[in-house]
Structures are given as structure tokens and as C-alpha cells.
Design a protein around this ligand. Structure first.
Ligand code: CP
Length: 305
């Protein structure tokens, strides 16, 4: 996959539809055979300025399965940033110590800035409320696996469409596949116009709702998200909207048999636990798919595949 060698992945729009498909094909190869010593001479820097369970550990698991060494941190307070070192200087150091940097940061635009500073490729593992492109790749992989196709699907996005970076990346990616979008959120958490612009530019249909029930029957995928408490400056505003969109067994009545529920996780209370045992629940498998997709991305960017 010579075309991805040495490239950064900062926004899902950095890659073309053809490049997404190449990554998904490679991910399927890794799913069939995940233990391969392809990166045994490589060092991956995993630097997380914001909390993470799935993204950090699935990247580190993916790197380990491919034989790479992993360095990095998940607690920035234990680094020299706490002595006042800048992001610029931190990235300069990490790019001297590694072949590829995976970075999560709380500030929108930090990943693009870091990629400009870095001497090695950088993968954005989430920057504030902006983008989460590797989550998007595993979301595409999960949609393809469960629906057998990516084209012409009805995708229902539910919850915090304003701050949910995974939603922003997924909308932009699905604009390449003639999706119809069903957007369910409280009015305070509607999809930002900068993201809606991608749907309009692609001349695709979208519908807005405040109640999930109104979109269940038509959906091929219901993509649930939590309300992102950490992005609110006023805790009272969070309290007002935190329980606006909850998916429970009663809400699922009338859904298509083939419909699958995705969620980038972590879940707070927006999917009741009794939904977990339905045939529609796919979120834990979705998170597992992250290992194979991240193996594919690292192998492609490091020029090994
Ligand atoms: N989906 C996701 O980004 O989860 P984490 O915050 O646990 O990495």
C-alpha cells in the first residue's frame, strides 16, 4: 500500500474512499491472522493527553501483535509538560525516539499542529471535539461486516452530535457512500453546520429528530453516543441534556432484524444493559474490530504492507 507510506492520518478526509477500502481489506487480513511479526524493528509512541481505554489499548495491542515496541504515556502530568515543556518540544522528542506517533489531545487542531512538527508520521487518536479518524475506520469496518456493504445505507446518529468527534468523522466518511442520515439529538446538541455542510455538498438527504423512536424502523445502523460531559463549560447545561436519548428494549420495537447498534464507547447510560443481549447489539465486537483496523493503519503507514 505504497500510497499510504509515511502519511499522517489527522482527519478522515485526509484519505480517499479508495484508501479507506484498502485499509478495510487489510484489516480483514489481520482479523484472519492477527499475530505477525511485521513491525518487530519499529517503535510506536503512544501519547495520550486525554483519558482513553479502547483507543490507547487497542493501538498498543495491535502494535504488540505485530511485534513492535511501544513507548509513551497516558498521564501527561508525569511528563515534562508538567514543568512547562511545550507540545512542540514534546513532539520533537517523541519523533526522535519512534517511527510513528499515535496522539490523543484535548484541543481541536492539536493533532494537525503536532504532525507539522513531527519528523515521523502521526495518527490522530482524537483531538477535542474535532475528529477521531481511526474510530471512523473501525466504524466503517463494522458497518461493512454487519451490512455486507457501505453504499446506500440509512445511518441514524444519536446523542451528542455537537461534541461527538466520532460522529463528525463518520458523517464525513459516509458522504462517500450515498448514505441517508437520520440525526437524533436534543436541540442543544445538534450536528454543527460545519459538519452538516459535508452532507449538503454531497447532495445527500438528512432528517433531524429529537426522539430515537421516530428513526428506528428505517435504520440500518443506529450509532449511539454518550453526551460528552467533559466538553461542557456549564455543568447545569450537561445535567439538562444528559438523559435526552436513551436506547432501551422498548425503543427497539419495530427495528429491522439486520439493524445493528454501534457505539464508540464508553457507554454511560444511553444504552440500557438489557439491549446487550439482543442480536442488534454490536458495540463490543465493534471495539474489538479496532485492533485489526489499527494493525492495518500502522502497517500501511510504516510501509510494511
Ligand atoms: N472510542 C473511544 O475513543 O474510546 P476511548 O475513549 O476509551 O479510547
Amino acid at each position: 500500500m505504497a500510497n499510504l507510506k509515511g502519511r499522517n492520518l489527522i482527519s478522515i478526509t485526509d484519505y480517499t474512499k479508495q484508501e479507506y477500502m484498502q485499509i478495510l481489506e487489510l484489516a480483514a487480513e489481520f482479523e484472519a491472522n492477527p499475530r505477525q511479526e511485521l513491525l518487530k524493528d519499529k517503535v510506536i509512541a503512544s501519547i495520550f493527553f486525554e483519558p482513553s481505554t479502547r483507543t490507547r489499548l487497542s493501538f498498543e495491542s495491535a502494535a504488540s501483535l505485530l511485534g513492535a515496541k511501544v513507548i509513551g504515556f497516558s498521564n501527561p502530568a508525569a511528563t515534562s509538560q508538567s514543568k512547562g515543556e511545550s507540545l512542540h518540544d514534546t513532539i520533537k522528542m517523541l519523533s526522535a525516539y519512534s517511527d510513528l506517533i499515535v496522539m490523543r489531545h484535548n484541543k481541536e487542531g492539536a493533532a494537525r499542529y503536532a504532525a507539522e512538527v513531527s519528523d515521523v508520521p502521526l495518527i490522530n487518536a482524537g483531538d477535542g471535539a474535532n475528529q477521531h479518524p481511526t474510530q471512523c475506520m473501525l466504524d466503517l469496518y463494522s458497518i461493512l461486516k454487519t451490512q455486507g456493504k457501505l453504499d446506500n445505507l440509512h445511518i441514524t446518529l444519536v446523542g451528542d452530535l455537537k461534541y461527538g468527534r466520532t460522529v463528525h468523522s463518520l458523517v464525513q466518511a459516509m458522504c462517500n457512500f450515498n448514505a441517508t442520515f437520520h440525526l437524533v439529538s436534543p436541540v442543544e446538541l445538534k450536528l454543527p453546520s460545519s459538519v452538516k455542510m459535508h452532507i449538503k455538498r454531497a447532495k445527500l438527504d438528512y432528517y433531524q429528530y429529537t426522539n430515537i423512536k421516530d428513526a428506528v424502523a428505517v435504520s440500518d445502523i443506529i450509532y449511539m453516543t454518550r453526551v460528552q460531559r467533559e466538553r461542557f463549560s456549564d455543568p447545569l447545561e450537561y445535567e439538562k441534556v444528559k438523559d435526552s436519548c436513551i436506547l432501551d428494549l422498548a425503543t427497539l420495537e419495530g427495528c429491522q432484524e439486520s439493524m445493528r447498534i454501534l457505539h464508540p464507547l464508553p457507554r454511560v447510560n444511553e444504552i440500557t444493559t438489557d439491549v446487550d443481549k439482543t442480536q442488534n447489539a454490536y458495540y463490543f465486537q465493534q471495539a474489538k474490530n479496532g485492533v485489526y483496523v489499527r494493525q492495518a493503519l500502522m502497517a500501511a503507514i510504516l510501509g510494511i504492507k
